[in-house]
Write a protein that binds this ligand. Structure first.
Ligand SMILES: [Zn+2]
Length: 407
């Protein structure tokens, strides 16, 4: 049934997922539909259990009593998976990307089929920790769920309807063979792996494979600080420096040639050197390995990234200096992004966001200086560093594929 949904019906579901329950009149107004069309489009989705009606309230548009429509969020579950070099992070979410269960564990075997089997076991384990599936659930309108007619075959309350897997670093899903993206992920030892069909066979549900930074941008766009924004940029700071751009509500697609460029944008030609031989590129200031190396030089001993941040927070002069320099470089990088792409919001995520908090003043001064001294011209949003968020990005691309009918 979902495959046959008209675009107008999909836009109703998308609107309700992102912005929450709404009356039919409010929805019709937002989506430029007549109330007649809206009723015609929503009825089969209510009958099928994808949409539900809430308690009677007074319509904010015309004051009449109405029952707002909402999506049956809890009754649709999605698996999100993020693969790093040595770990698999998995979450199960509802239709609004709320995490219901999460787990991460080492990758047992890097063979692609073995990783797919591990994902399936994680899905089963996480699902088993959840309330029993298929039980009638209390609906907002007080009705029991039951099994209304018209539900697609195999559909049941709380069933997993899709999965999204994200891969990072230089991984790319670009070359198209028979319509399926091939995944190159050197950090996993993978070359030209047809991951999506392998995952679909293992999991038994449709699977989308995406670059991890792109997936995180989608997540922020629908469910994070980018919600309601038509334009924003995402910068991720960690072992690598990632970048994604949403313009006019769409992700600007990166090809394999674009991936990995951003982190080597030169900020200061007399700066420190990166392993690729650039002086003063973003990675030379901001990546976790360069922060470790620079601090290690000053401290004259090996030091971990977490330790540098902890010592900086405690006032250690060497570590504080490294962190302040990195934060200033980040400020310059944000200024570049905002100036060239003309976005007004830049979201920061990843394990390195702490340096933006520790040296917020340095970041801000550098950003303002590169924006011709105009303070506050860019809204910088610092997200919590939580690895589950990356796995959640996988669930979000699966949700988007389910709702929009395309990858
Ligand atoms: Zn570089």
């Amino acid at each position: 049934m979902w495959d046959a949904l008209p675009d107008a019906a999909r836009s109703i579901v998308k609107e309700l997922i992102i912005h929450g329950p709404q009356s039919r009149t409010a929805l019709a107004k937002t989506l430029h539909l007549s109330t007649g069309s809206l009723t015609r489009l929503t009825k089969p989705m209510v009958d099928a259990g994808l949409l539900v009606e809430g308690e009677v309230v007074h319509d904010p548009v015309n004051g009449r009593p109405t029952r707002p429509l909402d999506v049956a969020a809890a009754e649709h579950r999605f698996l999100g998976v993020k693969l790093t070099a040595d770990r698999v992070h998995a979450v199960v979410t509802d239709l609004r990307a709320e995490v219901i269960a999460a787990r991460d564990e080492p990758i047992a075997d890097h063979d692609p089929e073995a990783v797919c089997r591990q994902a399936k076991r994680l899905l089963d384990d996480l699902s088993n920790g959840l309330p029993p599936q298929g039980l009638p659930q209390e609906r907002p309108n007080g009705k029991r769920g039951g099994q209304p007619n018209g539900r697609p075959d195999g559909w049941r309350a709380g069933a997993t309807v899709g999965a999204g897997v994200t891969v990072g670093g230089n991984a790319r899903a670009s070359a198209q063979v028979g319509g399926e993206p091939l995944v190159d992920a050197p950090y996993l030892g993978w070359s030209q792996v047809e991951l999506a069909p392998l995952m679909e066979r293992a999991l038994g549900v449709p699977c989308v494979v995406k670059n991890d930074v792109a997936a995180l941008a989608h997540q922020h766009h629908w469910f994070g600080p980018g919600r309601g924004l038509r334009d924003f940029a995402l910068i991720t700071i960690g072992a690598g420096i990632g970048y994604a751009l949403i313009v006019h509500d769409h992700l600007v697609a990166a090809t394999e040639a674009d991936l990995g460029m951003f982190g080597h944008l030169v900020l200061d030609a007399s700066g420190p050197m990166c392993p690729e031989g650039h002086r003063g590129c973003a990675a030379a200031y901001l990546s976790s390995w360069s922060v470790e190396a620079t601090a290690g030089q000053g401290l004259r001993r090996a030091v971990t990234y977490e330790e540098v941040l902890r010592l900086a927070a405690a006032g250690d002069r060497v570590c504080l200096s490294v962190v302040r320099e990195a934060a200033a470089a980040l400020g310059r990088l944000i200024a570049h992004v905002a100036t060239v792409s003309m976005v007004k919001t830049v979201v920061l995520a990843g394990e390195g966001v702490e340096l933006a908090r520790l040296a917020a003043g340095d970041l801000d001064r550098a950003l303002t200086a590169d924006r011709r001294g105009v303070p506050g011209s860019v809204d910088v949003v610092i997200e919590a560093d939580d690895f589950r968020e990356w796995a959640r990005g996988g669930a979000v691309v699966a949700i988007q594929s389910f709702v929009t009918g395309s990858d």
